[in-house]
Design a protein around this ligand. Sequence first.
Ligand code: ADP
Ligand code: MG
Length: 320
Amino acid sequence: MNEFELIRTYFTRRTPARSDVRLGVGDDAAWLAPPPGQELAVTTDMLVSGVHFLPDADPEALGHKALAVNLSDLAAMGAQPAWFLLNLALPAPDENWLAGFSAGMYALAERYGVQLVGGDTARAPQTVIAIEAHGFVPPGQALTRAGARPGDRIFVSGPLGDAGLALRQRLGQLKLTATELAAAAERLDRPQPQVEMGLALRGIASAAIDISDGLVADLGHLLEQSAVGARIELARVPLSVIYRAHFKKLRWDVALANGDDYELCFTVPPAQLAALESLKPRFPGIAEIGTIVAGGGLRIVDAHGKRYTPKTTGHDHFAE
Ligand code: ADP
Ligand code: MG
């Protein structure tokens, strides 16, 4: 199959047809009509074979994850996802792979009503998947990393570390039961972007970030951009039942530094705590884990108030 057949077969049909797309896939560029008065949040994220996934990874899960990590970035901005583009570099036009990949991607696209409006396709020595996603934000209402102030409380949207359990099992460092592995692998391979929560946090959160590289690293970025410090109480960091069953082996490090969970970490000023409380029935996973302080970086303390220093701090592609 040639390049154009490939695009026509796998990437022209099936995403929701939105009324704000004047032209999608097929012309020299997409032609889009954002709703009047809305601002755009734009993001891109790349998955590289051999770096982010193994060459034999399930293509359907990859299709899901490639879009999910971008929707997660939009969620962390409080943006309503609308459109995305797909750049695909492939060693060969493997139809089984393409069918699985596009099915995983479209299933998630349909869930959020986002339309694939363009992209680029090329042959390359290894698979690279890069998606760019666009979402809408009302003027001035984007959630950024820079708005946290001393006295704000720090929250996460759900339990941390489960994606790391699956990764450790695959590396032969952990012995999960089959049921535990299935649940953990779901978190690693099919992360669920917190789109609804991101939208609900507009006007409530002072700052937000999605946890892709681990809480310590990502909260660290938020602190840096807000020019503040934080105190995190370990005992309040939410862990799943599976994580707790293996806690002796894992300690806190996987929950704090593994990442790949795509939960949100956000801060809420005291004046908005009641509004946040009213969201909890909809988002029962929300957990308060600490407080923003004036300076001094990130301080993690255990149940006895003793300082805890994580062994690793998160993923860095260019770390020596
Ligand atoms: P051009 O040469 O003008 O860049 P292409 O031949 O690369 O055009 O692409 C033709 C059309 O197909 C364009 O609308 C482009 O956005 C779309 N397209 C190419 N690759 C993909 C892809 N992987 N997914 C979605 N759309 C794609
Ligand atoms: Mg092109």
